[in-house]
Every structure is written in structure tokens, then in C-alpha cells.
Design a protein around this ligand. Structure first.
Ligand code: ADP
Ligand code: MG
Length: 218
């Protein structure tokens, strides 16, 4: 699916979180979204997810205006790897599958891609995550979110600093998994300035103070 943003303006009070933002992403492409903290990256992802209706401009998915897409359809179209992950007080397996049925091979693949294999093998798939995931580390919570995204049938993947809580090896594995999801249209917010990673993005967008200050390839 392609995504197109045209002249997006979004304010929080007097603060311009998105200031005349326009860009398009073709189906299956990988976009890197860079910029300092507070530059409006998360806000932009949240707008694509339909969290806000009070913005100016147009967001289209395959030519259809976001505001005309039901939130149910939007949920099945788009998946996000969040900075803050919601974890249920249930087993690691239930948290990954979100109570849906998948075949075991697919679950194993997602768990491996997210770097959760070791945890599941040592503690078991029944391992209890606890209230708000208190039995998981920050990195493990992020991996749960990654596994969920890998299991979804969404056409669009958004990743918001998906590797921030991971060590270098796990971060690289996750990035590699995202790079391989070539059926998905992907927007990845990253702090990684690793050349090898950046060179694989189809486009890189740099934001500052809500504006796009640079757009191009590595
Ligand atoms: P980034 O992800 O690039 O760090 P954000 O999109 O989270 O930036 O934030 C951009 C600006 O918008 C920040 O100044 C932030 O404080 C502000 N902001 C984000 N969400 C809200 C909100 N719900 N209410 C008020 N201000 C917000
Ligand atoms: Mg952010």
C-alpha cells in the first residue's frame, strides 16, 4: 500500500509538531525518519495511525483519505512497534499472539525475528509477564512488540525507535528483520546512524521542529 501525506500541519497549543509536512511512500518501500528528540517523528506516526483528527492537510492510503477509513480497517492495515509497549498480565506466548491463533511455525518465526527465542526456551512459553510486564526488561517488552508486528498481516509497518532499549547485537537483528519485510511499506524512526543500515533505506527523511529539513537517500 502506498502512503501519501500532503501539507500536514498539527499543533499542540502554540507548538507546531508538524509544519507543512509532505511526502509519499510507494508500496513495499522503506523510509527512515530521523531527527532530534521533539522534532515530531512520533506525532507523524500517530497521525498515520489515525490517533488525531484535528490536523490540517491530507493523509491518504492507497488513494483513500485516512478520515474515510474505519478504525477497524486501519488497525488491520497498519502495525506499529512502539516505544512504550503495552504488556498484558499473562504469558509471554499470549502477549506475542495477542490471543489470536497462528500456526506454530509462524509464531516461532516471529519469536526468532524478534530475538525472543532464548527467553522462551529458558523460561517457557507460559512464562508470566506480570502486571504491566514487570517481569520483563525494557528490551524484552520491545521484542514482544516486534514479534506482534511480525505476526500481523498488516501492509504497513511503523517502527518508533524500535531498537532503543536493545543492545547492539539484538538491535541489528531486529533492523535486519525489518529490512527483510519487503511486502510491507515501512517507516522506521531511528537514532541509528549506522551506514550499513542507512544505506538500505529507500528514502531518508530528516525532521527538525516539525518540519522536513532534508529528504533523500543515504
Ligand atoms: P519526537 O518523536 O521526534 O521526539 P514528538 O512527535 O513526540 O517528537 O513530539 C513533538 C513535539 O510535540 C514535542 O515538543 C512534544 O512535547 C509535543 N507533543 C507530542 N505529543 C503531545 C501531546 N499529546 N500533547 C502536547 N504536546 C505534545
Ligand atoms: Mg518519539
Amino acid at each position: 500500500m502506498y502512503v501519501e501525506l500532503k501539507d500536514i500541519n498539527k499543533t499542540f497549543g502554540d507548538y507546531k509538531a508538524s509544519d507543512h509536512v509532505s511526502f509519499g511512500i510507494e508500496k513495499g518501500k522503506l523510509i527512515g525518519l530521523l531527527g532530534p528528540s521533539g522534532s515530531g517523528k512520533t506525532t507523524l506516526l500517530h497521525m498515520i495511525l489515525g490517533y488525531f483528527d484535528n490536523y490540517k492537510g491530507s493523509i491518504q492510503i492507497d488513494g483513500k483519505e485516512l478520515t474515510e477509513i474505519s478504525s477497524d480497517s486501519l488497525h488491520s492495515l497498519i502495525t506499529i512497534i512502539q516505544q512504550n509497549v503495552f504488556v498484558f498480565d499473562d504469558s509471554i506466548m499470549k502477549n506475542v499472539t495477542m490471543y489470536k491463533d497462528f500456526d506454530n511455525q509462524r509464531i516461532d518465526g516471529a519469536i526468532m525475528a524478534a530475538g525472543l527465542t532464548q527467553l522462551v526456551e529458558t523460561k517457557g512459553s507460559d512464562y508470566q509477564c506480570g502486571e504491566n510486564g514487570k517481569n520483563l526488561s525494557g528490551g524484552e517488552k520491545q521484542r514482544v512488540s516486534i514479534a506482534r508486528a511480525m505476526l500481523s498481516n498488516a501492509s504497513i509497518l511503523l517502527a518508533d525507535e524500535a531498537t532503543a532499549a536493545l543492545d547492539t547485537t539484538n538491535a541489528q537483528n531486529v533492523i535486519r528483520s525489518i529490512l527483510e519485510l519487503k511486502d510491507m511499506t515501512r517507516i522506521v524512526v531511528t537514532h541509528s546512524l549506522n551506514r550499513q543500515v542507512l544505506s538500505q533505506f529507500d528514502h531518508i527523511i530528516v525532521m527538525k521542529d516539525g518540519e522536513i529539513v532534508d529528504i533523500g537517500t543515504f
